[in-house]
Write a protein that binds this ligand. Sequence first.
Ligand SMILES: NC(=O)c1ccc[n+]([C@@H]2O[C@H](COP(=O)([O-])OP(=O)(O)OC[C@H]3O[C@@H](n4cnc5c(N)ncnc54)[C@H](OP(=O)(O)O)[C@@H]3O)[C@@H](O)[C@H]2O)c1
Length: 335
Amino acid sequence: MSQNRQFILKRRPDGEPVPEDFALETETRPQIGDGQFLIRNHYASLDPAIRGWMDDRESYAPPIPLGEPVRATTIGVVEESRAKGFEEGMWVMGLNGIADYSVAEAGGFTQPIDADAVPSVTNYLSLFGAVGMTAYFGFLDVCEPKEGDTVLVTGAAGAVGSLVGQIAKIKGCTVIGIAGGPEKCARLTERYGYDSAIDYRGKDYEALVAAIGEAAPDGLDIIFENVGGDILDAGLMNLRLGARIGLCGLISEYNSPPVGARNLWQLIVHRARIQGLLVPDYLPRFGEGAQAMGEWAAAGKLVVDEHIDEGIENAFDAFMRLFEGSNQGKMILKI
Ligand SMILES: NC(=O)c1ccc[n+]([C@@H]2O[C@H](COP(=O)([O-])OP(=O)(O)OC[C@H]3O[C@@H](n4cnc5c(N)ncnc54)[C@H](OP(=O)(O)O)[C@@H]3O)[C@@H](O)[C@H]2O)c1
């Protein structure tokens, strides 16, 4: 292929992204220089965090420059190389752009991956990648579960949430999940082994407080928070003494101004703690997490779902599934 199609950020979204914020542009295939290699991207990981990188504000990562491809973790094959250690045909993973091709440098973030070591190379974007490691370290390190704990997972049917719920079951906890719609709630109990499920759609704050209270009459030892807003506030009204809240994400606030948290006083009442987590902090320990997740999956204790949409021309619709809730598992774009 001599052309390079790129999913470009044209302007910064104001609230919910719209198709006009992006453009599919074609340029000639990029050339590489010394120390560089050309990646033919096969898959891009569509993550809620990408929405934050579209804004021009201070964060843990710089904003995506306007006119550049939307940044994402991609998996691809080295097609040309002038870099030591990156031979043609080698599978690699790194933070690149949603495009047919990316140029990367040796010593950068893009690293070789062993496609033969996993059932599907896309598992590096789910079970063995940032998503799996967020669930593993975010739950075990930040939430410090003990056998018998009552755990609430929000965004419970999603990529991170579904893994957290299953790890919590492996650790002997009682696990309640919150997700959108009856189908997803059925998946929580039937596929991921949650003890109970709460459908948040159509429930206001008061109804959410009551539903969590009904599912956890003695209160929550742990909240693994992916959503924020009313859902976090309702969880905070159901804490138990010494509760731990792992703040993983606030997806309900990525396209609109924050709501809450109004109930932080409950942390005082219950001597609870809330701690944010950022998965790159655990990079040095990814091997340990991947080994545990791999063993659980091989033993049939952990199921991993991937939702793969095809075609770079569908990048916008695929990305927006994360906010509509129409993804059934880790959202991946096959470029
Ligand atoms: N801190 C870290 O290092 C880190 C790393 C990875 C991910 N995260 C965070 O983890 C969370 C989940 O990410 P993921 O990649 O696993 O995505 P995901 O859960 O697979 O997909 C997003 C899900 O969020 C739910 N959602 C969207 N808008 C919502 C709203 N307004 N209210 C309630 N639920 C809503 C939808 O499920 P429903 O159908 O149930 O509504 C949707 O399917 C995100 O907050 C993300 O930012 C954090």
